[in-house]
Ligand binder design. Structure first.
Ligand SMILES: Nc1ncnc2c1ncn2[C@@H]1O[C@H](COP(=O)(O)OP(=O)(O)OP(=O)(O)O)[C@@H](O)[C@H]1O
Ligand SMILES: O=P(O)(O)OC[C@H]1O[C@](O)(CO)[C@@H](O)[C@@H]1O
Ligand SMILES: [Mg+2]
Length: 322
């Protein structure tokens, strides 16, 4: 009997999860494994929502955003008794390997599961936050950036029509990657992130100089959610710079949408790498994409380290924080 591999999506949904599921299931079947699909993330693993993958279940999904397998943030999975339940559900089907498509939290969950029951897994980084150590790219980031870019372009129309300032809060949890890249891509005047120290006094002086001497009559300020500065900066622009300001919290609009071509292709490449790593007997490897090449890292290196922002992006963004 062929060895079973269960594919699971976990944590925040990210565009690219569906093409990754499709490719992983098809590639695994082609290479002698029996693919299974876990519905509902880690909660589904506990609740036994595990179905044998067939062609129909993974067809017509690659262009869809979110995850057709669904996802969860499972409180139960932190408890051994529920993880044991999940293990029994896998064991009774002859599933001996797990492929998790998710973020750092999901990798930690599966690492704990391995420590408990010795069930090997491979991880595919998929989170719009782009906050996973060791990889330059996580699935969903390109799609999220395009959604954000479209929203900011549209907000700019009102900003310029009304001579207003707009503060736009973008997601990313504690990571400022989305904020930095979208500030650059949309030509924002201000960018506040957790990684770059910012100085409101000098930003204020820069804006006032441009308003008084260079005809500036609108402002776009991108604020990473991790700074928790959205409300404050909006009031500050109103009161200190003297320009009418509005706050737009983009929220979950950024997380959805049909995966871009880049996310689809990256999903395929990550999936092939992940299935191959499991077939070759590797345990607990996280697939990474660094300096243009695919590879993998042990889970400990990914979970014990902090994601390091591309210094060239930080350098470009610094003037927007001072
Ligand atoms: N140490 C742990 N032990 C057991 N389960 C864990 C652990 N850490 C995380 N989990 C489980 O993994 C789930 C997914 O983690 P998390 O919610 O942090 O999302 P993620 O995978 O990092 O993705 P994203 O950050 O994009 O939402 C958690 O909701 C929880 O159920
Ligand atoms: O959808 P939820 O559970 O409210 O979580 C929101 C968080 O998830 C993410 O969208 C992905 O990790 C973060 O950017 C955000 O902080
Ligand atoms: Mg995370």
């Amino acid at each position: 009997m062929s060895e079973g591999i269960a594919i699971i999506t976990s944590g925040g949904d990210a565009a690219g999860m569906n093409p990754a599921v499709k490719c992983a299931a098809e590639y695994a079947a082609k290479h002698g494994l029996k693919p299974w699909l876990v519905y509902g993330g880690l909660n589904g693993l506990i609740q036994d929502k595990i179905v044998e993958a067939d062609r129909l279940l993974v067809s017509g999904i690659l262009h869809r955003g979110g995850t057709v397998l669904r996802s969860s943030r499972s409180k139960e999975f932190f408890e051994y008794s529920f993880r044991e339940q999940a293990y029994q559900n896998l064991k009774k089907r002859g599933i001996t390997k797990l492929l998790v498509i998710g973020g750092d939290g999901s990798f930690r969950a599966l690492h704990q599961f391995y420590t408990d029951f010795g069930m090997p897994f491979a991880g595919i980084p998929a989170t719009i936050d782009n906050d996973i150590a060791g990889t330059d790219y996580c699935l969903g980031v390109d799609t999220a950036l395009n959604m954000i870019r479209e929203s900011i372009d549209s907000i700019r129309d009102t900003a310029t029509s009304f001579s207003r300032a707009f503060v736009i809060e973008v997601m990313g949890r504690h990571c400022g990657y989305l904020a930095m890249v979208s500030a650059l891509a949309s030509g924002a005047e201000i960018c506040l992130t957790p990684e770059i120290p910012y100085n409101l006094d000098s930003i204020g002086a820069r804006m006032k100089h441009q308003i008084e001497n260079e005809g500036r009559d609108f402002i776009l300020a991108i604020v990473a959610e991790g700074t928790k500065m959205g409300d404050y900066v909006t009031r500050w622009i109103n009161d200190s710079i003297g320009m009418e300001a509005r706050l737009t919290v983009l929220g979950h609009v950024q997380r959805g949408g049909s995966p871009t071509v880049y996310d689809r292709i990256m999903a395929y490449k990550f999936s092939v790498a992940a299935v191959e790593s499991l077939i070759s007997g590797q345990e607990n490897a996280i697939m990474v994409y660094r300096k243009g090449a695919f590879g993998h890292l042990p889970i400990s290196e990914v979970c014990d380290n902090k994601y390091e922002m591309d210094p060239s992006i930080v350098r470009l963004c610094k003037p927007l924080s001072e």
